[in-house]
Write a protein that binds this ligand. Structure first.
Ligand SMILES: Cc1cc2nc3c(=O)[nH]c(=O)nc-3n(C[C@H](O)[C@H](O)[C@H](O)COP(=O)(O)O)c2cc1C
Length: 225
């Protein structure tokens, strides 16, 4: 991994430098006042992790089974248009990246809680804020996934704790593609994987099945304790 790029924000910063301004703005932006765009990211800060201790986390298994496919981690690549504006190999490079992290899903038989990366209707809730409601309504009848604003391993962990089977990432993949094509996409996926592994270990979770609702609390609730 590049010494300069240690988090998703670093990829975005570099992508901003290498992309034509119009392309960067097309990828980055959201609808209207971009209220939901900002809120998708901000929502993750409204939840706090409540780690468990005294557990042997010397090995942490990030794998999940999604629609019969075993994925190496609960992070998948969202559909984003116009990827050749980021890199000449566009979607092809992303697909090869996806391969590196075994993040390909063939056909979905579940619900993806998404507001299209806040690019459609501004003013709708952040996806993280409605995730639990959807999970409760579904009552285990199908898997629920989410996307929007996932930028860190701890974001993935919070979404899993609120009931997502896996998350999808949109813009981070575009930043990786812009920085270094296929290699950049692989780096983004590996970065999130390592961040998630660390977050799970520090939270006392040895596998994704051990990530439970009790791992998160609303920040406003925590501040009253
Ligand atoms: C540049 C761009 C193009 C997108 N194009 C599509 C699309 O063609 N079809 C679609 O269903 N979603 C599209 N999306 C939404 C993504 O699938 C996904 O929901 C969103 O990017 C997730 O939010 P995030 O970018 O904060 O990770 C697009 C998103 C971006 C940023």
């Amino acid at each position: 991994m590049s010494a300069q790029r240690v988090c998703v924000a670093d990829f975005e910063e570099e992508a901003k430098k290498v992309l034509p301004k119009a392309v960067y703005d097309y990828y980055r932006s959201g609808a209207d006042e971009q209220t939901t765009l900002a809120d998708n990211v901000a929502a993750f800060n409204r939840w706090r992790l409540v780690p468990r201790v005294l557990r042997d986390v010397s090995t942490v298994d990030l794998s999940v089974s999604v629609l019969g496919h075993k994925l190496s981690m609960p992070v998948c690549v969202a559909a984003t248009a116009m990827q050749r504006m980021a890199h000449p190999e566009g979607e092809t490079a992303t697909a090869r990246g996806e391969d590196a992290a075994q993040a390909v899903i063939y056909g979905v038989d579940g619900i993806l809680v998404s507001n299209h990366g806040a690019r459609q209707l501004d003013g709708v809730p952040a996806t993280l804020d409605v995730l639990e409601e959807v999970v409760q309504a579904v009552q285990g009848r199908c898997d629920v996934y989410m996307d929007g604003g996932v930028r860190r391993g701890t974001d993935v962990l919070k979404a899993l704790a609120l009931g997502a089977k896996a998350v999808f990432i949109g813009r981070p993949v575009l930043w990786g593609l812009a920085c270094q094509g296929e290699q950049g996409v692989t780096e983004i996926l590996e970065l999130l994987k390592e961040e998630l592994r660390l977050a799970m270990a520090l939270s006392g979770c040895r596998s994704v099945s051990e990530v439970s609702r009790s791992l998160v609390r609303r920040a406003d609730f925590t501040s009253r304790m």
